[in-house]
Design a protein around this ligand. Sequence first.
Ligand SMILES: *Cc1c(COP(=O)(O)O)cnc(C)c1O
Length: 480
Amino acid sequence: MADLNALTSSAYSQALEVIASVEPRIAEATRKELADQRSSLKLIASENYASPAVLLTMGTWFSDKYAEGTIGHRFYAGCQNVDTVESLAAEHARELFGAEYAYAQPHSGIDANLVAFWSILAHRVEGPWLEKAGSKNVNELTDADWESLRHELGNQRLLGMSLDAGGHLTHGFRPNISGKMFHQQQYGTDPETGLLDYAKVAAKAREFKPLILVAGYSAYPRRVDFAKMREIADEVGATLMVDMAHFAGLVAGKVFTGDEDPVPHAHVVTTTTHKSLRGPRGGMVLATEEYAASVDRGCPMVLGGPLSHVMAAKAVALAEARQPSFQTYAQQVADNAKSLAEGFLKRDARLVTGGTDNHLVLLDVSGFGLTGRQAESALLDAGVVTNRNSIPADPNGAWYTSGIRLGTPALTTRGFGRDEFDHVAELVVHVLQNTQPGTTKAGGPSKASYALGDGVADKVKDASAEMLDKHPLYPGLELS
Ligand SMILES: *Cc1c(COP(=O)(O)O)cnc(C)c1O
């Protein structure tokens, strides 16, 4: 077999030459991005490094093809190869996740959620409404009937996890469309333990009677019992939608099984493909047979033409995730998160929920006298890339915050193990202990400015470089 490293190196070197012949600054930025990603300690919990095969798949003429519609039923001619691509992506997704139906078209996680919302509305509200009215087609309704149906569609209830407990913007947060198109209420976590309290979720669901119960999160460092969530949904007649955008890799890698696997329990599951799943930037919807037909109408209901080049890359990434090595990777992601959490705890740092059992930890930086914004900036100065994140009942609000979210998927892809993640915790604590909060012009405490101690950034960068050099990103990939 050909040397894949050599092939990849020449493929990218030549591609960059072609790009440089048109706009050299883009070729230059692309080279620089690789260098930056190689030299920083990437702890952003939602990021990863897709394989060269996945990345190369995105750069083709599939981008040039319009293919609105569904497999074998397109609004454009000449879609036979897109059909092959989309069928393979869907087949790999069904096999990998054990799903009855998979829809590979959504362009992103947010788009996947919009498809899911409107599919549920179509199946549970529009369908029954049309049946009652003795009509099959919204185009045949009188204006008055149409107004009445629009009113029904626009007055449904959604219950999701609140943003400051770790939920996502698209789970009913008011500034997001999900918080405007639904009457929304939110469930939180226990103020003492930071953990989900299923009895409280159930009580809220009984009182609010949502059409859709959303489970899933972006910043909750624990597993969720989806069997319990389904029981709650069934009791109140809600559709259970699980957004596994963050932890799809742990589901694919069989780290989350049984009650922790959302696929056998949810009616509809949405995901991104670029986070722990390690595929191209995009989204996907899985569904039971019952919801399949309405999800399949995602285009043109919500989406325009699918990104066929990205669907092709989804198929490649899903094929990778079906290899046994992906299960080893996913288990290592979880083991590394444990080691990172233990590394913080033994250095007296406080973690929301006191630890983790997934791929991320949420560090409360208030004990260091800092806001999340100050901590994020000081860490970045030292080459440690994280993001600030609010913590439950955050006194600093959603902009400055009191937390830092750190995840293990990306560095685990590079080959970092438990010892290295303990060292990462040590470096992060070292930066935060040596960061002083700044003052405003008026002399009061600032939530943004800070001063990092002399020499700290260089020391941490040197220590990181040693680990990063031992675990190169895309080993063997050399650009000429
Ligand atoms: C990241 C994320 C999304 C959004 O994904 P995009 O691809 O950025 O649109 C949706 N839901 C959850 C839970 C996420 O973590």
